[in-house]
Design a protein around this ligand. Structure first.
Ligand code: IPE
Ligand code: IPE
Ligand code: MG
Length: 232
């Protein structure tokens, strides 16, 4: 890629299309989730090499509880195994791991591996990798309102900047680019506050097939966008 391209600081992914990827191959849906999890590593490496500093991965939404229990358990199992297997390697590469979403409801094993990975990598200064598990944008805003009210802070001090400190993403910069794979053109409750001025890139490619070449296309497309933030 040319060096003159604009590189987004924070890229967030809606990892969609795992189930259809599997169905297309007459495989169980869980095989699609497995292939999806395996696709994370090469994509992260590419982003890191291109100077992206923050990557957020939407892997389980607060609405995904509506799926069959068996699929939910299978997804948690995969996420738990990727967390515990990859954390050390990510740590070696200076990656800082964070989780956004509600911990309550996640399996105890997954909670444990998330806590361990966060602790292990907390002082790393390389890429920040944010896992959105049991994440919902509306739930996040409600949780923030509850925290704000519980803090007893006078309401007249509250502005957008102050409110953002109560969100799960308190210390993260706003998202520059949201990439959604799998063909749907919607946000599905993802980062509704933080992506208010993000650029969106939608592709029909299923997440397990979303490779470096597809990512390069997305980054090139982003670098041709003109962001105005309401100005001229
Ligand atoms: C995305 O893939 C992963 C999760 C939402 C957990 P899907 O499972 O939604 O895949 P499709 O949309 O059915 O193909
Ligand atoms: C969005 O995908 C959530 C995640 C990728 C975690 P879904 O497959 O759940 O979204 P909808 O139901 O098609 O909107
Ligand atoms: Mg889907």
């Amino acid at each position: 890629m040319e060096t003159a391209v604009k590189i987004p600081r924070h890229v967030a992914f809606i990892l969609d299309g795992n189930g259809r990827w599997a169905e297309q191959r007459s495989l169980p849906r869980l095989e699609g989730h497995r292939a999806g999890v395996n696709n994370i590593r090469p994509i992260l490496k590419f982003l890191n090499n291109h100077g992206v500093r923050y990557v957020t991965l939407y892997a389980f939404s607060t609405e995904n509880w509506n799926r069959p229990q068996e699929e939910v358990n299978g997804i948690f199992h995969l996420l738990e195994s990727v967390m515990s297997k990859e954390a050390r390697e990510l740590h070696k590469n200076g990656v800082r791991i964070l989780h956004i979403g509600r911990m309550d409801g996640l399996s105890p094993k997954l909670q444990k591996s998330i806590n361990r990975a966060q602790k292990l990598t907390s002082s790393n200064t390389g890429l920040t990798l944010v896992f959105a598990f049991n994440y919902g944008g509306r739930a996040e805003i409600l949780d923030a309102v509850r925290k704000f009210v519980a803090s007893g802070t006078p309401v007249d001090t509250l502005d957008e900047k102050a409110f953002a400190k109560y969100l799960y993403t308190a210390d993260l910069p706003d998202v520059d680019l949201v990439i959604r794979t799998g063909g749907e053109i919607r946000t599905s409750n993802f980062l509704i506050w933080q992506a208010a001025y993000s650029e969106y890139y939608f592709t029909s490619v299923f997440w397990p097939d979303f490779n470096e070449a597809e990512l390069e296309k997305a980054l090139l497309n982003y670098s041709q966008r003109q962001r105005r933030f309401g100005g001229l």
